[in-house]
Write a protein that binds this ligand. Structure first.
Ligand code: VG1
Ligand code: CO
Length: 543
């Protein structure tokens, strides 16, 4: 089987964002588009010859075709072996686990995560390193460079490989191992958590609903929550991965997981509700009549992780992305743990985890995880919650009430303005950025600004610096507003405004965050001139 060398030319805009390269599916399906990017990944990692990779995706439209192309390109460039999830499926955390367990040279995950899928929606590709984590910025920078000078790529001609059957096969000299996407991951979960206690709780009548949102976690949730933990039929819904996620956004938040929210707020609510996103790395946690914000969930998990066998020895330290609320910091302070603040995106946690500085970390966007893999992990968070509930005997609402009573409440919300004109958004950020120096001391709606900056991060492990990571405005009363432009969207710009206000007044703990943050919301608009500049008088999504 002789590799063909196909001449090509650089294609504009092949620049990975917060998490891999995401574009409209039709763009990815365009001539040479996928091929150029894959070849550029090979260049960025010093070639793929003799290497072993993991390959899988979230099952979205084009996932199956892209897998065949990637296999043919890996074979043409001399890869030794590719381990593929059956039907080219792998959740992001399961892929991270396989990369680590099988000691491979990395892996390719085909996913645009929480973005909708289908011929008119989004597709994506990301490369993970041998540690199982997303490629850091120096590697993605090399990818971008390679896309800008690419002249040719190599590919072999072949029939499609049958990825529906498990087992070993060959493509030219390259081995292909089609594996059960679930088993190794489920075994890992069973080692970390007290499955006996969770099983007993469920057998005792504890009820739950997991909404897989027609995305990749369906098979994982059925195997773990159903088969291994005994949750009855009907506990896992929308469990079959569909190429268009049933037409919805596979984004586990109260807007896109509305059915689950309605159920959990109704009279017949089960004890526990959860959902995950397209590629299985995010989570939403809901109790009976009680939605748990992701930043709070992270803080609760940090405070209670010792209830799970995998974390019984305590945590080495914790980390959160900068826009995530500082509820976690309060737990860290009380427990004497180091707490790191990183830019948005999981790639920034990798060094801290590898260096043994932290055990647990998370983001406000419904991503939490630990050192068990190098990605955020939706089902992991669900299982840790279930483990905590089983061990403490508390309801979700009781866990939250006790948490706020001990640490106070960081009211928090993120407001997203989607598909804003990119130049308008950029100019708004630039103008606000230019005024930051003058803001401290200014009083607005009765609150005084204590400090303001453009967040930059110096990685304590490798010394690399990431700047321009979001504008932070801190208030004297502990409140905070952060402005950032999304790095995962595919249309125009998405402005994210992150709002936070702290209260240690128990009478306020039950308030709706949108009410508790009303002042901050008004201040955020006034400071940046959101309505005036974008014409939007309200965000598209509030989480
Ligand atoms: C968003 C989230 C960020 C997350 C990223 C990838 O990025 O804010 O916290 O790490 O998505 O998540 P941005 O740049 O759009 O704000 V996933 O589950 O979509 O891979
Ligand atoms: Co995701």
């Amino acid at each position: 089987m002789k590799p063909m060398t196909i001449p090509t030319k650089p294609i504009d805009g092949q620049k990975p964002g917060t998490s891999g390269l995401r574009k409209k599916t039709k763009v990815f399906m365009g001539e040479h588009y996928l091929e150029n990017f894959i070849e550029s990944i090979w260049t960025a990692i010093g070639g793929v010859e003799g290497k072993t990779l993991v390959l899988g995706g979230d099952g979205r439209y084009f996932n199956d075709r892209a897998a065949q192309v990637i296999l043919r390109m890996a074979a043409a460039s001399g890869a030794k072996k590719v381990i593929v999830g059956q039907n080219a499926l792998l959740s992001t955390p399961a892929a991270s686990n396989l990369i680590r367990q099988k000691k491979t040279d990395g892996g390719i995950i085909m996913s645009a995560s929480h973005n909708p899928g289908g011929p008119d929606e989004d597709f994506g590709v990301k490369f993970n390193m041998p540690n199982g984590g997303p490629a850091p910025e120096d590697v993605t920078d090399r990818m971008v460079k390679a896309t800008q000078s690419i002249k040719e790529y190599k590919i072999v001609e072949s029939q499609d490989i049958d990825l529906s059957k498990r087992g070993a096969t060959k493509l030219g000299n390259m081995e292909i191992d089609v594996v059960d996407p679930v088993k190794d991951y489920a075994d890992l979960m069973e080692r970390l958590f007290d499955f006996k206690a969770i099983k007993a709780m469920i057998a005792d009548g504890f009820t739950l609903r997991f909404d897989a949102m027609h995305a990749v976690t369906g098979p994982y949730a059925k195997a773990i929550l159903g088969t291994r933990l005994g949750a009855p039929e009907g506990s896992v819904v929308n469990a079959e991965p569909k190429p268009d996620f049933g037409g919805g956004h596979p984004d586990p938040n109260p807007i896109w997981a509305k059915d689950l929210m309605d159920l959990m707020m109704g009279d017949d609510a089960p004890d526990f509700g959860a959902a995950s996103d397209g590629d299985g790395d995010r989570n939403m946690i809901v109790g009976k009549g009680c939605y748990v914000g992701p930043s709070d969930s992270l803080a609760v998990l940090a405070a209670n992780a010792h209830h799970a066998p995998g974390y019984a020895d305590g945590l080495k330290g914790v980390a959160r992305s900068m826009p995530t609320s500082r509820a976690l910091d309060r737990v860290a302070r009380a427990r004497g743990l180091d707490c790191y603040e990183t830019p948005t995106g999981w790639k920034f946690f990798g060094n801290l985890l590898d260096d043994g500085r932290i055990t647990l970390c998370g983001e406000e966007s419904a991503g939490t995880g630990s050192d068990h893999v190098r990605e955020k992990d939706g089902l992991w968070a669900v299982l840790l919650w279930l483990n905590i509930l089983a061990k403490t005997g508390k309801s979700v609402q009781e866990v939250m009430n006790d948490h706020w009573a001990e640490f106070g409440r960081n009211f928090y919300s993120r407001h997203d303005y989607e598909a804003v004109d990119a130049d308008t958004a950029r100019k708004m950020m630039d103008d606000l950025g230019a005024r930051l120096d003058k803001l401290p001391g200014e009083a607005i709606h009765g609150r005084t600004i204590a400090s303001a900056d453009d967040f930059a991060y110096d990685d304590p492990v490798d010394g690399s610096r990431a700047s321009g990571q979001g504008l932070r405005i801190m208030f004297e009363d502990g409140g905070r507003i952060v402005y950032r432009l999304s790095g995962t969207g595919t249309v125009g710009a998405t402005l994210r405004v992150y709002l936070e206000a702290f209260s240690d007044e128990p009478a306020t703990f039950g308030e709706d965050p949108q009410d508790a943050l009303a002042d901050m919301i008004a201040i955020a608009d006034e400071l940046a001139g959101i309505e005036e500049r974008t014409g939007r008088d309200a965000p598209d999504v509030r989480t």
